[in-house]
Structures are given as C-alpha cells and as structure tokens.
Design a protein around this ligand. Structure first.
Ligand code: GTP
Ligand code: MG
Length: 461
C-alpha cells in the first residue's frame, strides 16, 4: 500500500456524455494539496481555511473559470487537506488541468480517496464499502440500501449484538468460576433466551439484505418475436441511437446484441437477438446457432418484451412462438403502429384476446409509445429487487455475509451446548460469534483485504 503522505489527484466526477459540457471536479488530497492549487491558479493568498474561491486558471493561452473548494485537515473527506477544482469546461481541458497538477503529485489509484478516509478514521470499512456500492449501483433503491450502510446502520446493529453477547459471556464465565459452589448468576433458560434474541436479530439482517452482486448485476430486458417483427428497430428507437442492423429482409439479426439502457430510476441491459422461428432447420447451421443463442439469452433475461407486428392480420405464428417462451415477466409490444390499417384500439383489443397479456402500442418510426414502454420496464425493474419502496434493506458485501453467517452458526451451536449443560464449550462458541461479528464490522483487516475492497472502486472515488 502506498504512503498516505504522498499527495494524490484525480478527476472525481463521472465522464460526461460525449459532446456535452458538465461540471467536472478535480480532487487533490495530501499535504501538498493547497500549495499545488495555489501555484496552478497563481493565487495571491494561500488557501488556509475552509472556503470557496472563484478564480481564473491560465492554461495554454486560455483563461478558464474555476471554483476552488478548500477542506483543511482533518475536516475533509479523506481527513487530509483536500482541494477541489470545480470546472464547467469540455473534458479535454479538464484532463489538461489534471496533467498540469500531476507534474507535482501522483494520480490517485481506484478508491484511494476513500481508502484515506478509512485510514484516517473518517469512516469505517463498512461505510467505505458502501461508497463503492453507491458508485456501482444500478438503480435508486440500490443506492438507498448502500446509503443505509454508509449511515452506519449495519455497524450499529452488529455492535449492539456484540455488546449483548459480551455481557452474556461475562455472566456465563462468572457462573463457570463459581461452578464448584453450584451458584449460577444466570439461569440456563435466561441464557438460551438471550442467545435466541440476538440470533433472530442477526437472521433479520441477513433476510433483509441484498447481495453485493445484485448491486452490480444489471437486470436484462430481451426483445423477442418473429423475424421482421421490428425488434432491432425498437431497440434503436428505445436507445436513441443505431445499435442493431435493420433491414426488410427477414432474419437480419443473428447475434445477441446488448446495450446499456438508462431508465428513469436506474439502468438495465437491453438486448436484441435473432427473430424466433417456429420451424426447426437442422441444415441451416447459422440459423440453428442464432436460434440457440437467442433462446438462451431470453431464458436468462429478467424480462422479455415480445414484439408483434401490429399491422399483420394473422398472429398465429407469433402466438405459437409466444407460448413457447413462457417467461414470467413478459409484455407484448405491438410494433409499426404508423403502418396499421385499423385503429390502435381495435388492434389492442384483438391482441389482448390473442395473447392474454398487457399490450403496448409503438412505432419505432414516429417514436409513438416509446415512453410508455420505458416507464413500464422501469416500474417492473424497481420491483425486481424490492417489493416495497419503503424497504429497510442493507446492501451486504460477501465479506459481511460470510462473517455474519459464521457468527450465526456459532450462536446456534452455543445454544445447543447450553441446553446440553456444556457451558464451557458454549462460552468458547460465544467468543467465536463475537469475534465474527467484529470481523464483519472490523477495523482489524489486513492489507490484502483492503486492497481487494478498494480495487473495486473507480479512480477519483
Ligand atoms: N414503418 C415502419 N417500419 C418499421 C418499424 N419498425 C420496423 N420497421 C421495418 O420493418 C422491417 C424489419 O425491421 P427490423 O427492426 O429489422 O426487424 P427485426 O424484428 O429486428 O427482424 P430480424 O432481425 O430479422 O428478426 C424493416 O424494414 C424496418 O424498417 C416501424 O415502426 N414503422
Ligand atoms: Mg433484427
């Protein structure tokens, strides 16, 4: 691990969409932070106290407007002197400024600002991990679960469980000391009751948590339907850019094509695939491979949008294929509305009767109904992880989960040993449970664990 005495710098804002100018922040942390910024901005007065300074940077003949935010140690994110340069300029200029700064300090590694916050005691490890989860989160509710971790909710609960167990252990050990005199300061029933209460509190943490992996895995939405249904056109229209080839020739798409789709409350992976065939063509290897890839991708999709060309008078083939997908989360999307002969109302009534599912009307050509599709997917995607918005879930990492599960196992065994009157063994198991709970929330982690945790961050965080 690098020394925390070195000054580090990085751009800590997300990369703006190409061609746009968004606010960017260059963050510098370490003993030289204020001197570096002072020299860069040619500030007459040095930055000493906390504050905001409006200044102009001179760079390659350009004058660049900037706001300098100064956070002196120890009241900063990292616990060190931190200077932030806030800029509203194209990314290329932000990187020019960073280049200038990096002549006098080094580039921060992924997660290094947060690592410093942890090392200087500004946050515990669980909170530092929550920062990584917020960065990786795919939707608003995932961010909320990670925020609850950041607010120290897990630490609070685990600490109180540990304290309760430490008390209990003290009482059991006192009983062991007096065992020859046959005096027990606490009865067996009371011990069992205490253990059961702590046990169920810990079980609640596990039951009410979401997996770390769930934060990183984005839900996937597959576009299915017969060839020429308009799947690729719909994908391009939903994304607002040409991702998949479109042509009047049936069976244009062969591969599974994925793209990130930004929804109002999160993100998901939208994918296009080959049009599904009703007949099997064993001699056509390419078609067989394309069918297999499409079927596999759709099987593991979180949700399927089954596309049906609404201008057709006969949906027999579509229905046959639709029935064979039988995905739990499936919406029927009626496509190419701009070409329909019948009114949308008539087509929807007919489609509902045929497919017995909610049907949405769209046109990739005019953009009709695209917002509705997006909102429906967004609505369903929020349900995937949480049944209710007011959920109290915590976002546990695998490290937390493993330690908490180990603690729970030790508690269950301790309870059994108490019932068997094996107080000494029970005391040992309680000690192990206390240690495991401490480990989940611990500051006593080695460098390897720290490296693993912080390498998952992106640069600038
Ligand atoms: N007018 C009109 N034509 C459309 C619309 N959507 C698709 N088409 C046309 O329908 C044809 C097939 O469209 P694709 O998007 O390639 O269909 P697909 O379902 O991806 O087809 P495969 O890849 O072969 O399975 C193309 O000629 C498109 O231009 C639409 O909303 N309006
Ligand atoms: Mg296609």
């Amino acid at each position: 691990m690098e020394s925390i005495d070195q000054t580090i710098a990085a751009v800590c804002t997300a990369t703006p969409v190409e061609g746009t100018v968004a606010r960017s922040i260059v963050r510098i942390s370490g003993p030289q932070a204020f001197t570096i910024v002072g020299a860069l901005c040619r500030l007459k007065e040095s930055i000493a106290g906390r504050g905001i300074t409006h200044t102009t940077l001179a760079m390659n003949g350009m004058s660049i407007d900037a706001m300098i935010y100064a956070f002196p140690a120890p009241h900063s994110y990292t616990g060190q002197d931190v200077a932030e340069i806030h800029l509203q300029v194209p990314l290329v200029i932000v990187h020019m400024i960073l280049g200038q700064i990096l002549r006098r300090c080094r580039q921060a590694r992924p997660g290094e600002f947060t690592l410093r916050a942890y090392l200087s005691g500004r946050m515990d490890l669980t909170q530092a991990e929550a920062v990584a989860q917020i960065v990786a989160a795919g939707n608003r509710l995932q961010v909320e679960a990670a925020r609850r971790m950041l607010a120290g909710r897990l630490s609070e609960t685990l600490n109180s469980c540990r304290e309760e167990l430490l008390n209990l252990l003290g009482q059991i050990e006192a009983g062991l000391d007096f065992s020859t005199e046959d005096i027990s300061p606490i009865s067996m029933e009371q011990i069992v009751e205490h253990i059961t209460v702590v046990q169920s509190r810990i079980e609640c943490i596990l039951d009410d948590s979401i997996q770390d992996q769930e934060l990183i895995d984005l839900p996937s939405v597959g576009l299915a339907g017969l060839p020429n249904a308009g799947k690729s056109s719909l994908m391009n229209a939903l994304l607002g850019r040409p991702r998949s080839l479109v042509s009047p020739t049936a069976e244009t798409t062969r591969d599974v094509l994925e793209a990130e789709w930004i929804l109002p409350h999160g993100r998901c992976i939208l994918f296009d695939c080959a049009g599904l065939l009703n007949e099997h063509r064993p001699d056509d290897i390419l078609a067989t491979m394309a069918q297999r890839a499409a079927e596999e991708a759709l099987r593991s999709a979180t949700m399927v949008l089954f596309c049906v060309d609404g201008s057709k008078s006969d949906w027999k083939g579509d229905l046959e294929r639709f029935r064979r997908i039988s995905h739990a989360e499936m919406l029927v999307v009626l496509t190419q509305q701009d070409r329909w002969q019948q009114s949308a109302e008539q087509v929807v009534i007919r489609a509902r009767r045929v497919f017995s599912r909610p049907c949405l009307v769209t046109s990739a050509k005019t953009g009709h109904g695209l917002d509705e599709v997006q909102n429906r997917v967004d609505e369903i995607s929020l349900r995937w992880h949480w049944d209710s918005e007011g959920s109290d879930q915590l976002a546990l990492t695998q490290r937390h989960r493993r330690s908490i599960q180990d603690a729970l196992m030790a508690l269950r065994e301790a309870r059994r040993e108490i019932l068997d009157k094996q107080d000494e063994v029970a005391a040992m198991l309680l000690r192990s449970a206390i240690e495991q709970l401490g480990r989940a929330d611990s500051d006593r982690v080695d460098e390897q664990v720290l490296d693993r945790i912080f390498s998952r961050f992106c640069i600038g965080k």
